[in-house]
Design a protein around this ligand. Structure first.
Ligand code: NDP
Length: 297
């Protein structure tokens, strides 16, 4: 067996086409274009690249955006004041604070200071809580993007055994919730694994659907999965590569070439889940502008 490739780049492009045409219609009806406010604290090179990718994608679909770059010495109180200003500004639909933050700032406090109705990343406890009780909310972009991939390829989730490796607040945990909840088109029986899971293979070997978001290059080997498994590799890891000009290459958390021989479907890295994350951010920003999730805003 050699798995079919789940082409996240292609599906994300289709999603972005859909958002672009919805934005056009929204503006043609006399509304202003959706607006995403990005906040970048400091000049971490990876964060600069990520915010650049997001703002480029915004422009591509007709969403207006601005990136406010703040000194990494900013105090918690000053940053909160900046966010409060955007919360109260009716011309701002979505607010995104790029993570990670400098160590003197609490990401929890910063996320909680964003108005949950503008939290297009889906990280605010109000959105996380509403997700867990299966109510409309902004859903964390990466796991929501994975659910879109299942939908696009008509990969059944209901009643399957889904195993999620990784339990972070932004990927693994909301992924497990979405897989198990009805409104997220889930209703899978879901297992979540983390560093303290005693025998990882004992769980992964039983997965019909295996989602890996551990940040550990090639953690998942072929002997850890069963024939026909659907594999979603969220991991993005830099590993040294002398052949590459940059001196490194990107690999996932799954030993792709070996595991694809046993899987029925598999995502590549890059070109799998990554582009879906950005496409979902575009979709969430449009939903925020339309006040589709929180109509009373
Ligand atoms: P975190 O480091 O926040 O979380 C990693 C999770 O994996 C933790 O729950 C950790 O367990 C668990 N874990 C680590 N090692 C193991 C192991 N050997 N066995 C089982 N569980 C393990 O990472 P993120 O969730 O933010 O990201 C995960 C990966 O996904 C990274 O490679 C990141 O770059 C990538 N990513 C990709 C995105 C995309 O768009 N494609 C978006 C976001 C992230 P514990 O809880 O016990 O610490």
């Amino acid at each position: 067996m050699s798995a079919e490739i789940i082409d996240g780049k292609k599906v994300a492009a289709l999603m972005r086409d859909g958002v672009r045409s919805d934005v056009e219609q929204w503006v043609q009806k006399g509304n202003r274009a959706p607006f995403l406010q990005v906040i970048l604290v400091g000049d971490d090179p990876a964060s600069v690249v990520y915010t650049g990718t997001k703002t480029k994608a915004c422009k591509d679909v007709g969403i207006e955006t601005n990136t406010l770059v703040l000194q990494d010495t900013i105090s918690a109180r000053e940053l909160k004041e900046v966010i409060t200003g955007f919360n109260e500004d009716d011309s701002v639909d979505g607010i995104l604070v790029q993570m990670p933050l400098p160590s003197h700032l609490s990401k929890y406090d910063v996320i909680e200071s964003i108005d949950h109705r503008k939290d297009v990343d889906g990280f605010h406890p109000m959105n996380v809580g509403r997700l867990s009780v299966d109510q409309p909310c902004f859903r964390s972009c990466t796991p929501a993007g994975v659910m879109e991939l299942f939908k696009h390829y008509s990969i059944p989730v209901k009643s399957k055994h889904a195993v999620v490796v990784g339990a972070s607040n932004i990927v693994g945990s909301p992924m497990a919730v979405m897989l198990s909840r009805e409104n997220a088109s889930g209703k899978a029986t879901t297992t979540i694994c983390h560093k303290y899971t005693k025998d990882l293979t004992a769980h992964t070997i039983n997965a019909d659907i295996l989602i890996v978001a551990a940040g550990q290059p090639h953690l998942i080997k072929p002997e850890m999965v069963k024939e026909g498994v659907v594999v979603i590799d969220v991991g993005i890891n830099r590993v040294a590569d002398e052949k590459s000009e940059k001196g490194y290459k990107l690999v996932g958390d799954v030993d792709f070439e070996a595991v694809r021989k046993k899987a029925s479907w598999i995502t590549p890295v890059p070109g799998g889940v990554g582009p879906m994350t950005v496409a979902m951010l575009m979709k969430n920003t449009l939903l925020a502008a339309k006040k589709s999730i929180y109509p009373s805003n």
